[in-house]
Design a binder for this molecule. Structure first.
Ligand code: TXA
Ligand code: MG
Length: 363
């Protein structure tokens, strides 16, 4: 029989001011932090997505993360810290470029790969001699991390194979009964995970595109390479172990169609018609600009917008929730909008391409 634990949901009073100092004196934060110190697993909001945290110095605690998620343990986890002083507990060296990006972007959605100390639990790094570290830019997360006083390993708080959670109810839907508690911080801001940057390489290399863009990094440390494995049509083996997993694909078959709008529109309409003829429930992932058009297309059963294509921040923030909506509606065939790869577009397109499992059409 499956092990079940009672999952606490901590909701912080709306009157508490939204800053680290105020959260530090909240009983919810104090309770969650003491459970973390006792080796339990707790979900918490960050500025990117909800994380599933456990003591990064304890294999026994980290093992519970893999169990709760149903995730293979050969994929290293990101370690979260609440202050720069905690960095020396997990990283043995700080290369000069690492120091510069940390200064510029922490707290924030940037994970830096650094040489590890012996204190980091081997399950966190999957046996590698490096460790990914970040300081999240979320007052509840920072208060929790400071109160806990230990580095916290935290992957996204979803069941393996589901989209990353951007609300506490997404976490609850996936992990209720499998973790000690969920700290509810409302909707997360960035919506896609942090950028993973390997500063031990020269030039530094983006192993996963995320909340901090290549352009932002280059403004601080000069040229930054991008792992060729997630360039379109690439066949190389990814360097970041996590990138080899099909993180999430909707239940339905999803297609990305790119090109000039009138041709794209025609191609998608044809694809939807054929899917419908095969008896499939169809869906369209679109933008506010194209919402009215797709609503009028009879072969599209459900139409969801991720926001305006002119505001990629909004698209990133809503993407995972919209992908969950397709599954909740049991959609079997989905056509999706494609976006520019500039700035945050690189992270958005990377997640969409994964969701489409390589089904990308240019017309
Ligand atoms: O935004 C985020 O980063 C979220 C929130 C919760 O903070 N966390 C997150 O963690 O996405 P996780 O564990 O799901 O992602 C870890 C990513 C994977 O792609 C993994 O391969 C890479 O970081 N990674 C971690 N440690 C690494 C290492 N030592 N070397 C190379 N890649 C590493
Ligand atoms: Mg994840």
């Amino acid at each position: 029989m499956e092990r079940r634990v009672a999952t606490k949901i901590w909701t912080v009073d709306k009157n508490v001011e939204n800053n680290v100092e105020s959260y530090l004196s909240c009983t919810q934060i104090v309770d969650a932090a003491s459970l973390l110190r006792e080796g339990e697993v707790v979900a918490f909001p960050t500025e990117t997505v909800y994380g599933l945290g456990a003591n990064a110095l304890s294999n026994e605690a980290v093992e519970k993360i893999f169990w709760a998620k149903g995730r293979p343990s050969d994929n290293p986890l990101i370690v979260h810290i609440g202050s720069k002083e905690q960095l020396s507990m997990v990283a043995s060296q700080l290369p000069e470029k690492a120091e510069r990006v940390i200064e510029a972007f922490w707290p924030g959605p940037l994970t830096v790969i650094l040489p590890r100390t012996d204190r980091v639990a081997s399950l966190v790094t999957a046996g590698l001699d490096s460790v990914g570290v970040r300081m999240p830019d979320h007052p509840m997360a920072l208060a929790l991390l400071r109160e806990a006083g230990i580095p916290i390993a935290a992957p996204s708080a979803n069941r393996s194979g589901r989209p990353s959670p951007t609300t506490a109810s997404h976490v609850q839907a996936d992990l209720d009964g499998r973790i000690a508690g969920i700290l509810d911080g409302g909707l997360t801001g960035v919506g896609v995970e942090s950028t993973v940057l390997d500063v031990t390489a020269e030039p530094p290399m983006i192993l996963r595109p995320g909340g901090i863009t290549r352009e932002q990094l280059e403004a601080v440390i000069g040229p930054v390479a991008v792992d060729p494995s997630f360039e379109v049509g690439a066949v190389e083996t990814p360097r970041s172990p996590g990138m080899k997993y099909t993180h999430y694909a909707p239940e339905g078959e999803m297609w990305l169609v790119a090109g000039e709008f009138s041709q794209v529109r025609q191609k998608k309409a044809e694809m939807l018609r054929q899917a419908r003829q095969h008896g499939l429930k169809t869906g369209v992932l679109t933008t506010d600009e194209h919402l009215d058009f797709w609503r009028d297309v009879a072969d599209a059963d459900v139409v969801f917008s991720v926001g305006s294509s002119a505001r990629l921040e909004e698209v990133a923030q809503r993407l995972y929730a919209v992908l969950r909506q397709f599954d909740d509606a049991n959609v079997q065939f989905i056509v999706s909008e494609a976006f520019s790869r500039d700035g945050l577009g690189m992270a958005v397109m990377n997640r969409l391409e994964k969701a489409a499992g390589g089904r990308i059409l240019s017309v």
